[in-house]
Design a protein around this ligand. Structure first.
Ligand SMILES: [Zn+2]
Length: 398
């Protein structure tokens, strides 16, 4: 397990050249006309044609060998607990496995699987602050984990949110997984959280495991969280008419997860597209969960939505990158000067019948990952988890 991910030790300059296809992560222009990216000290500093950008004095040179570069994938919905261990399925190394699925950033929807999870207010706050600190210090494989997402309880008061924000907590876990399950109380607390800069999400749909409860459209719309967590259920989805009501009744993020109802995900996608609101759609896995850990879950969502939802693959990748970055105010997720140099380098899987990587995804295949890069540092080479890529990038110079 890569617990001690390498961090930059001095000035660094990464050059990725010979890029065959550059996916931007931004829906308004999903494909960029460039074959070279330069990143200095972990941030993108140039994007263009090799002859036009300054590639001198590189500390690392990657020859992409004509493959596809995209922003590192973002999982908008995970449930981490401690380091690279999850008690949900008693598994270690799950985050490192996600890195091999192209995920470079994860957002916690609550550390709710913590054994003996505290429900009293002091305990809830302490655990959130601990998780925020712990996951910012320890990045398994280099993956950036935004954690420390307390689940609201009825006894909380406004000052608790002020205190959490001052301590560095920036997220609420899924509303509904704690004692607060009614709309008015949720709305009041979500408002307090928002006032202090804490983003919120909600558990949408039927209970996930024995002990959790139903959250229907009325509670979701009244709570008014920033993200409608797993609008396609986790796993049990609301009826289609309620999903439509939520899509039409607010302008918040519409999160589709792997650990949900796939038909409902496709229904939500169609509804959002009809409304001209595809930019609201973001992707997560909701793992670890009862259905396990899905290291390729985000790639599988991209492929599902592209192949069965008739979504161009380059747009489907935006749902897993730029859309989430904007919704979550992250500095990654888009290939743009000044943003974090977090990339996934892919090619069509060997023996896919597709004409190219985008066509292969539209046919329902997964791409093969050849390399991941976080903060301008190469973290993994050929993925141990995806089908093998036809061509792979290589490090050609230091
Ligand atoms: Zn949930």
């Amino acid at each position: 397990m890569a617990h001690d991910a390498p961090q930059a030790t001095g000035p660094s300059k990464l050059v990725i050249r010979n890029i065959g296809l550059l996916l931007s992560g931004a829906m308004e222009k999903p494909i960029l006309d460039a074959d070279t990216i330069v990143a200095e000290n972990g941030k993108i500093t140039a994007i263009g044609r090799f002859k036009d950008v300054n590639t001198d004095d590189a500390t690392t040179v990657v020859n992409a060998n004509g493959t596809t570069v995209a922003p590192g994938l973002i999982d908008s919905h995970v449930h981490p607990v401690a380091g690279d261990w999850t008690p949900r399925q008693n598994q270690t190394g799950w985050i490192d496995s996600y890195l091999h699925g192209g995920v470079t950033t994860m957002i916690s929807a609550g550390e709710v699987h913590m054994p003996g999870r505290p429900r009293d207010v002091v305990g809830v706050k302490a655990m959130a602050i601990f998780a925020q600190r712990s996951f910012w210090t320890l990045r398994p494989g280099g993956v950036k984990i935004h954690a420390g997402a307390p689940v609201i309880e009825n006894e909380m008061v406004e000052d608790d949110f002020k205190e959490l924000a001052a301590a560095g907590v920036k997220l609420l876990g899924e509303v509904g997984l704690g004692g607060v399950k009614d709309g008015p109380t949720a709305r009041k607390m979500v408002g307090w959280a928002r006032k202090y800069g804490i983003q919120s999400t909600i558990h949408t749909g039927g209970p996930s495991i024995p002990g959790s409860g139903l959250i229907d459209k009325d509670v979701v719309l009244e709570a008014d969280t920033d993200v409608i967590g797993h609008i396609n259920g986790g796993h049990t989805a609301l009826p289609d008419d309620q999903i439509r009501c939520i899509c039409e009744g607010c302008k918040r993020g519409l999160e589709l997860v792997h650990n949900g109802n796939e038909r409902s995900a496709l229904f939500t996608l169609r509804t959002a597209r009809e409304m001209g609101d595809l930019s609201r759609v973001i992707l997560g896995t909701d793992a670890p969960a009862g259905s396990g850990v899905q290291p390729l879950g985000i790639l599988r969502m991209v492929s599902l939505l592209s192949s069965l939802g008739d979504l161009p693959a380059e747009i489907a990748f935006c749902l897993a990158t730029g859309n989430t970055a904007r919704m979550r105010a992250l500095d990654c997720g888009i290939i743009e000067i000044g943003r974090s140099a977090d990339f996934v380098i892919m090619d069509m899987a060997q023996h896919s019948p597709g004409k190219n990587i985008l066509h292969s995804v539209q046919l329902g295949d997964l791409p093969g990952i050849g390399m991941t890069i976080i903060d301008g540092i190469v973290r993994t080479q050929r993925s141990r988890n995806t089908p093998p890529a036809t061509r792979v990038p290589e490090i050609v110079g230091h």
